[in-house]
Write a protein that binds this ligand. Structure first.
Ligand code: PMP
Length: 398
């Protein structure tokens, strides 16, 4: 059958496969800095095992049943409490539970984006957010970053221009804390400035925040949502990096109106997030498993970041530079301008047995070709050192 002829026009935007194809060459002896996976030793396995049997004893019928689309009320209440410790004031009614933050990104596309609508992002930004939205055909506008995060002065200029052109700006997407892919954190002043711009031009802000729970440095920043007095920030977070990504549990905190629209959009997508999973995370919060786990996560990832930074310092040739992430899971490396990291990946995987994600896909226009993202949380300390040594050899040979 000619499946190709049957595909929707939307399907042509689904181009994740390119990197998957490259990484498919990765055999067991390849050290991968490619994925975005937590270190499995951070999963609170014993606690989760106890919680699962408790949940199945205490409320088996609810846990194994369909549930409300917006999520279990008690979990939404518990997340409201959890968020309050981070300065975010919310009621259960402001919260919708999603299948990881990734579903929230999809819901944003479904609810807000018409072809040609403008979505503003940091440039580079989270590749899978761009992938989720491309099918809705937005005009993606990227704002450059510096060590203090998105360059908000440039954002303001662009917003002014776009408004003058009559563009329909749907939202500004930011990952302000320990950004994926750069690891950089937006300063508190910038956060306030960003919100001022949003207020001045009456724009929605989407704050994607999987990483602020484990910053490696004592940086004083609050979620932008905590500064939001006009209900224009849609805040996304997730249990993936602080509990276990396999559960696929995330949440959105927003105005009740946005929650209602997300609820409608989610109904046809998957009816509800797994009840069993929601009860597991509810108990995880109630028993303090999440907060208890955080210092271990922070300590391990800080040591792994430091190991990767030290290896980069030791092995990388002149002309290669990298970020010093304040948290999160990634270091962003810039190679000399003549190097195309997609080409480099082929050689790195087949000859040097090391993998990474080429930077192209993180840019709204794929314009930068000499960058790459390295994950430091999943590989072991030995793999970090050996993998960076190999990568440096591949770069010297390129
Ligand atoms: N947003 C960002 C910035 C991420 O880095 C990730 C995961 N790597 C996600 C969203 C999606 O996470 P999940 O669906 O596991 O919650």
């Amino acid at each position: 059958m000619e499946i190709g002829q049957l595909l929707s026009s939307r399907t042509r935007y689904m181009s994740a496969s390119e990197i998957r194809e490259l990484l498919r060459w990765a055999t067991v002896d390849v050290i991968s800095f490619g994925g975005g996976m937590p270190d499995p030793s951070t999963f609170p396995v014993e606690d989760i095992a106890k919680i699962v049997s408790y949940v199945l004893e205490a409320y088996p019928h609810k846990a194994l049943q369909y549930g409300p689309t917006e999520g279990i009320y008690e979990l939404r209440q518990e997340i409201a409490k959890f968020s309050e410790t981070r300065g975010i004031k919310a009621q259960a009614e402001n919260i919708i539970i999603t299948v990881g933050s990734q579903e929230a990104l999809e819901l944003l596309g479904r609810v807000f984006i018409n072809p040609g609508d403008v979505v503003i992002t940091e440039n580079p930004t989270y590749l899978a957010a761009l992938q989720a939205w491309r099918v809705y055909e937005p005009r993606l506008v990227g704002i450059p970053m510096d060590e203090n995060g998105m360059a908000v002065e440039i954002l303001e200029e662009r917003v002014k221009q776009l408004k003058a052109e009559g563009a329909r700006i749907k939202f500004i997407y930011t990952i302000p804390t320990a950004q994926n892919p750069t690891g950089l954190t937006m300063s508190q002043d910038r956060r306030k400035y960003l919100l001022e711009v949003a207020e001045r031009y009456d724009l929605l802000v989407v704050e994607d925040d999987p990483y602020s729970y484990f910053l490696f440095e004592p940086i004083q920043v609050s979620p932008i949502k905590a500064l939001d007095k006009t209900d224009r920030v849609i805040y996304l977070s997730t249990a993936s990096k602080i509990f276990a990504p396999g559960l696929r549990l995330g949440w959105v905190i927003a105005s009740e109106e946005v929650v209602r629209w997300f609820n409608l959009a989610k109904q046809s997508l998957n009816l509800n997030t797994s009840n069993l999973v929601q009860y597991i995370f509810l108990e995880g919060l109630r028993r303090n498993v999440v907060l208890k786990n955080l210092p271990n996560v922070r300590d391990l990832y800080k040591r792994k970041r430091d190991a990767m930074l030290a290896a980069l310092e030791t092995y990388m040739p002149h002309g290669v530079s990298w970020t010093r992430p304040s948290g999160g899971m990634f270091i962003w490396v810039t190679a000399p301008p003549q190097i195309d990291t997609k080409e480099l990946l082929k050689v790195a995987v087949t000859q040097y047995k090391v993998a990474f994600v080429p930077g192209h896909g993180f840019f709204v226009d794929q314009s930068v070709r000499n960058a790459m993202r390295l994950n430091f949380t999943y590989p072991t300390f030995e793999q970090i050192n050996e993998g960076i040594r190999r990568l440096a050899l591949a770069l010297r040979g390129a």
